[in-house]
Write a protein that binds this ligand. Structure first.
Ligand code: SAM
Length: 352
């Protein structure tokens, strides 16, 4: 007759290690404190200290239970500063998840658990108190502080992020590629075009690590771009250097696909002749409505004009933004060439 099994080995048989993972998981969940802690960590991430304050138990006890939960794969943690934050694992095995769901259902309305929930809410509210107090006192200085901490590129990156990432964009009159660099990470393709080799040299260097950017020399009145290739054309601070606005707009119309948009940033009409001469400007700015009318005559649907309030630190003339959409499938140039009457009806923009 075989000797009877010793009590210790019988106990071992009953552990998860020999009988299977479900029993091991049951053992972990068969403790009221561990279940309360797991419930907390399912809803939010907490540090050991915070858990101690919620469940009202000493740190040694909480740490021991967290150790057991972590060992069983129920919770994970990450360090932050001098603390370690715990949360429930997002990769629980299916049987663990089912087991936990069954246990959790039994905890609804249990007074101790409800008390934990209230204390946890207090801890979370307390976390936000510091930031609330900060913004209460810093509201008047926040814009300045924001710029000091993060610079101005954050705004541009945020707005460029409104692109879907599938667009082909033309930065027409790209200059040194300042805008191209902001747009390139968020567009499928950005073609940066300028006629000045010196400006393009700076742009090429700036864009050397942007695979979606192409830098091409060319004139806006004869764009080196296939017809209908662009979804968006940006023409920023360029038109006051352009001799024949109509020719440029006709080209922008040609290279945009139907429904494509042009975004123009320009100088408002001004009387600063000395400034304009120094900068080589051909136009003393524009009346935005006049540009919009000109675009309308070439097959663009206006999408609106926005005046940009001058910044106190900027000493150049005021600016505006004008947006328009390329209509249907009309070829403006073709229309003009085929029908001289159309050209005659177009508004003529007078130099100011
Ligand atoms: C004031 S910079 C603006 C650069 C850039 N768009 C920006 O917003 O910073 C004007 C640029 O337009 C370019 N430009 C002017 N007329 C042009 C034309 N007809 N064709 C191509 N580029 C032109 C100039 O070479 C110059 O680089």
């Amino acid at each position: 007759m075989p000797p009877a099994a010793a009590p210790a080995s019988r106990e071992r048989e009953a552990t998860g290690a020999t009988v299977g993972p479900v029993l091991s998981r049951l053992q972990t969940l068969a403790d009221g404190t561990r279940v309360r802690v797991l419930l907390l960590l399912e809803a939010n991430e907490f540090s050991v200290g915070e858990i101690c304050r919620i469940v009202q138990l000493p740190q040694s006890t909480v740490s021991r239970h967290l150790g057991t939960l972590a060992q069983g794969g129920w919770v994970v943690s990450r360090p932050e500063g001098t603390s370690r934050y715990y949360r429930i694992s997002r990769t629980l095995a299916d049987d663990a998840r089912d087991l936990w769901a069954a246990v959790r259902n039994q905890l609804v309305g249990v007074p101790r658990v409800e008390e934990d929930r209230r204390r946890a809410r207090g801890i979370l509210d307390g976390r936000a108190t510091g930031s609330r107090a900060f913004f209460r006192s810093e509201a008047g200085r926040w814009d300045q502080l924001r710029e000091q901490l993060f610079g101005t590129r954050v705004d541009a990156a945020l707005l460029a992020g409104l692109l879907r990432g599938t667009e082909a964009v033309g930065d027409l009159g790209c200059g040194t590629g300042h805008l191209t660099r902001l747009l390139a990470p968020f567009a499928r393709r950005v073609i940066a075009i300028d006629r000045s080799p010196a400006m393009l040299g700076v742009a090429r260097h700036r864009l050397r690590d942007e695979p979606s950017a192409e830098v091409v020399q060319g004139d806006l009145a004869a764009l080196p771009v296939e017809s209908g290739a662009l979804d968006l054309a940006v023409v920023s601070l360029v038109l006051h250097y352009v001799v024949d606005l109509e020719a440029v707009f006709a080209e922008v119309h040609r290279v945009l696909e139907p429904g494509g948009r042009v975004l123009i940033v320009e100088i408002r009409e001004h009387g600063r002749t000395g400034f304009a001469e120094r900068m080589g400007h051909l136009w003393l700015g524009f009346r935005p409505e006049a540009l919009e009318e000109l675009l309308g005559g070439i097959g663009f649907r206006p999408l609106g004009i926005r005046h940009l309030a001058p910044r106190p630190e900027a000493d150049g003339p005021e600016l505006f933004v004008l947006r328009a959409e390329r209509e249907g499938c009309r070829e403006a140039r073709q229309v003009a060439e085929d029908d001289p009457g159309v050209r005659a009806e177009r508004p003529v923009l007078e130099r100011t």
